[in-house]
Design a protein around this ligand. Structure first.
Ligand SMILES: [Zn+2]
Ligand SMILES: [Zn+2]
Length: 418
């Protein structure tokens, strides 16, 4: 996406903008006429299943989704249908009211699997400029009220030499490499070794790994290597990923049924500036910024550093904000949440990085109630837990939003004399 003035555009021609009535219907009736699954509430630190039917918790101050600002915005491109709480419950349960296998009701722990390569892990297995995994893990634990474990890293290792074949405009100076992915079990022993597809630009010496080849292997080895009690295995990496040959990059992808996903924080670095056309053409400014693209024809206006610097304090906070939103959004999908069309919400679809970076950290009332139905948490307890994590990460704007919600809930309770 190239930078240009904000020009109001319209929703996709087949997108039906929800009315106020649609929003009320999406939230469902109070009390809800659907059995709540008692699955694994003992794993919910702040458990309060009854919160499902307290309307005060889901009607706080939410903003509607505005019309798209750019033609590449998600809702200008995709006629999303939205997902009501009734749709969500129908998707996750069988006729008897039991959770379907796709819900993976027996899985509790969210496993984060760092995927590293020797180039980023000479001594330290997770680069020091990267968002801190411990922060991401704690936020995830509080967001979903589920245990989170950081697994022993899997390693991408180049196992044969480079063979040049041709040069291409979009795919770079191509060369083929053989890369293996080594998974480790709990004891740190290498237990699986498998081939991964990679593309390489020999001029810039940059590589990108094909996301589906990683996911296929992860699905295959998930139970064998990490046990059955995991809810999902979420690969997180600082390596660059791609999906199709025409892709600039791919931030990540999930196999929802297999409960595996992999996400790259590579393109979320606040100092990164990239070509909107050539995947290998990017570099790093000395300062963080909100706009990650440079003009494809003229190139960047300033000279860029080839390697990622450690961001400034403000940049570090922004990097954490972007990465944690990506992570919890994708985990939301693994819990069955579809893209949201009802309010400004973490679960909105995004078409490019500018839209991505503007999305909020919080769930709207509709998405929050879906997740509460599934996980049985105390809505206020969860808000307090998330605020603690966000404060530690320095995300002041998001902490203020939660405090506002909690104050609004208290005020409405008092007005009702509760
Ligand atoms: Zn999504
Ligand atoms: Zn939502």
């Amino acid at each position: 996406m190239t930078k240009r003035k904000r020009e109001p555009t319209s929703f996709h021609s087949r997108f039906q903008e929800p009315t106020d009535n649609d929003r009320v219907e999406a939230l469902g009736e109070f009390p809800l006429n659907a059995k709540q699954p008692e699955a694994l509430w003992e794993h919910t630190p702040c458990s309060s299943p009854d919160d499902l039917n307290d309307p005060i918790l889901y009607h706080p101050t939410m903003q509607k989704i505005p019309p798209p600002a750019y033609e590449l915005d998600w809702l200008a491109q995709v006629p999303e249908e939205g997902q009501s709480i009734a749709d969500y419950i129908c998707f996750l349960t069988s006729r008897s009211g039991r959770l379907r296998p796709i819900a993976n009701a027996s899985g509790t722990t969210i496993c984060l699997l760092p995927i590293v390569s020797p180039s980023t892990s000479k001594e330290c297995w997770w680069p020091d400029y990267a968002p801190k995994l411990e922060y991401l893990a704690t936020l995830t634990k509080n967001y979903f009220q589920r245990p989170v474990k950081i697994l022993k890293p899997a390693t991408l290792t180049i196992s044969s030499s480079v063979r040049k074949n041709s040069s291409g405009n979009l795919s770079g100076e191509k060369s083929s490499k053989t890369v293996s992915l080594f998974f480790c079990n709990e004891q740190g022993q290498v237990c699986k070794n498998t081939r991964i597809t990679v593309r390489h630009d020999s001029r810039t010496r940059r590589s990108q790994y094909e996301v589906t080849s990683i996911l296929n292997q992860l699905s295959k080895f998930r139970y064998d290597t990490y046990g059955e009690e995991n809810f999902c295995v979420m690969g997180v990496t600082m390596e660059d990923l791609y999906d199709g040959p025409n892709d600039l990059f791919c931030a990540g992808m999930a196999f929802g049924g297999d409960k595996v996903a992999v996400f790259s924080f590579c393109r979320y670095h606040p100092n990164l500036r990239m070509s909107p056309l050539r995947w290998w053409d990017y570099g790093y400014s000395t300062k963080p910024g909100t706009y990650s693209y440079f003009d494809a024809d003229t190139g960047p206006k300033i000279s860029l550093l080839p390697s990622p610097p450690k961001p400034s304090k403000a940049g570090e906070i922004e990097y954490l904000r972007r990465s944690s939103k990506l992570l919890v959004h994708e985990l939301g999908h693994l819990y069955g949440l579809d893209h949201c069309i009802h309010y400004k919400c973490l679960m909105m679809g995004t078409g490019h990085l500018v839209e991505d970076f503007q999305a909020p950290m919080h769930l709207c009332g509709v998405c929050l109630r879906k997740l509460q139905w599934r996980l049985g948490f105390s809505v206020e307890g969860r808000y307090h837990d998330i605020a603690t994590s966000l404060k530690e990460m320095g995300l002041a704007k998001e902490v203020r939003w939660i405090k506002m919600q909690l104050a609004s809930i208290t005020k409405k309770r008092k007005a009702e004399g509760r």
